[in-house]
Write a protein that binds this ligand. Structure first.
Ligand code: ATP
Ligand code: MG
Length: 395
């Protein structure tokens, strides 16, 4: 192997006390992602590097691009730490590049290397100027910024830089439960929560026969997209039909959505305990619909003691759509299968609901047992990004 992928950590390098924990979590996440390739992964406090086979590069790159905690990475060529070898490899490499201006930055952790850093900068810069026509040095805005890191046995030469997806490694925070619908917002919310290192289980409320198997499959497909950023995600499917039917049978039409959301939150509250989640995550966005005004949110939130994290609360729809496109969930989200929130939409849902009215309406049927039943009869599927379509159809 004469190349390595050199990973720089970015934001996690600011976590002083937790640094080792962050680095180890990132290391394990990368190791799991690359388990089917012939790679060797090395880590130290400043960076990680991966030895790989060149034929696997594109696949490895695609995998790494979905690991949170990586700020930038480079593909470095390795050469022995001997002046002649470095010069000859550098020239071979740079001859294949197209550029007009360049900068050389030598780092020398091997203090026994006979030429000092500043001198070697000049030696290598001179080598390129002498051998490659029509180029010049620009130390401020070079087209090509070449780094040469001289280590004990080997030297890394690199000039290409790739952006990682940033954030913190998944697993550096405990678990939260994501309310995952088939819409645009909740997959984006899940992605953003994972980006902060949160481990996710997903919860989907379905109301068969009012909602379809296609709607469930859509949620499974969204979950598969999210699972690319982690290992696998447990998707808990709640049978919401009996509760939803009772709400629409017994409660004031304009309060149905508010009450439905309070029932969902009550179930989420219990599921958080059952599955050891420390928070609820969802795709609510302030003012987007009647149930997401601040008044609605406060009345709905009143039934749970769990922290509710709303990663897209302050984003415009277009900003959310941009992220949905980037993470490739948008085209799935816009498939036209109805969700339980959309099947029974009242003509004029209340925008400023009153808590007393919610409680009065909820008093018209006994919901607690139904909630317990819903929690009791959950179906859980473990979703990985590679889950077979045939298996999905079988569920
Ligand atoms: P859209 O992108 O069309 O707004 P949405 O999924 O955001 O879709 P909303 O009605 O805005 O739908 O719901 C707000 C949030 O409530 C969702 O983002 C999701 O987190 C949660 N939610 C809604 N319906 C469901 C459901 N059937 N199962 C799980 N969570 C749901
Ligand atoms: Mg929404």
């Amino acid at each position: 192997m004469d190349k390595v992928i050199l990973i720089k950590y970015g934001e996690l390098s600011t976590k002083k006390g937790n640094r080792n924990f962050f680095i180890n979590t990132l290391y394990h996440n990368i190791q799991k992602k690359l388990s089917s390739y012939d790679v060797k992964i090395h880590k130290d406090r400043a960076r990680m590097y991966i030895e790989f086979l060149e034929k696997d590069f594109e696949n490895i790159k695609n995998s790494i691009d979905k690991v949170f905690g990586i700020h930038t990475y480079h593909v470095a060529t390795i050469v022995e730490s001997v002046d002649e070898s470095i010069q000859s490899k550098l020239l071979d490499l740079i001859r294949t590049c197209s550029f007009s201006t360049f900068k050389i930055e030598v780092k020398r952790s091997n203090k026994s290397f006979p030429i000092h850093t500043m001198d070697y900068n000049r030696v290598l810069g001179g080598l390129l100027l002498k051998n490659i026509p029509n180029i010049k040095v620009d130390v401020h805005h070079p087209d090509l910024w070449i780094k040469v890191e001289i280590r004990d046995q080997e030297t890394f030469i690199y000039y290409e830089s790739f952006s990682g997806c940033g954030g913190y490694p998944v697993g550096t925070q405990p678990k939260a439960l994501l309310m995952l619908s088939g819409g645009i917002d909740s997959p984006v919310a899940g992605y953003l929560a994972m980006k902060r290192g949160v481990v996710l289980d997903a919860v989907y409320f379905e109301a068969i026969p009012h909602t379809s198997i296609e709607a469930r499959n859509k949620v499974i497909d969204l979950c598969k997209k999210l699972a690319q950023y982690t290992d696998s995600i447990s998707l808990h499917i709640v049978n919401f039909t009996p509760i939803q039917e009772q709400i629409y049978k017994n409660c004031r039409e304009d309060y149905c959505i508010t009450i439905m959301r309070r029932m969902m939150y009550r179930i989420m509250d219990q599921l958080a305990v059952k599955y050891h989640g420390l928070a609820i995550v969802n795709g609510e966005s302030i003012g987007q619909v009647a149930s997401q005004t601040l008044t609605s949110m406060s009345v709905i939130n009143e039934v749970t003691n769990q922290p509710v994290i709303r990663p897209v609360a302050c984003l415009d729809k277009l900003e959310i759509i941009d992220i949905a496109r980037k993470i490739d969930t948008y085209d799935i989200s816009i498939l036209p299968f109805e969700d339980c929130c959309t099947v029974f939409v009242p003509k004029h849902p209340v925008i400023n609901p009153k808590l007393e009215i919610c409680e009065e309406e909820e008093g018209k049927f006994s919901y607690q047992m139904m909630i317990d039943d819903a929690v009791e009869s959950i179906t859980t599927i473990s979703i990985s990004s590679e889950m077979e379509k045939e298996f999905q159809d079988f569920l």
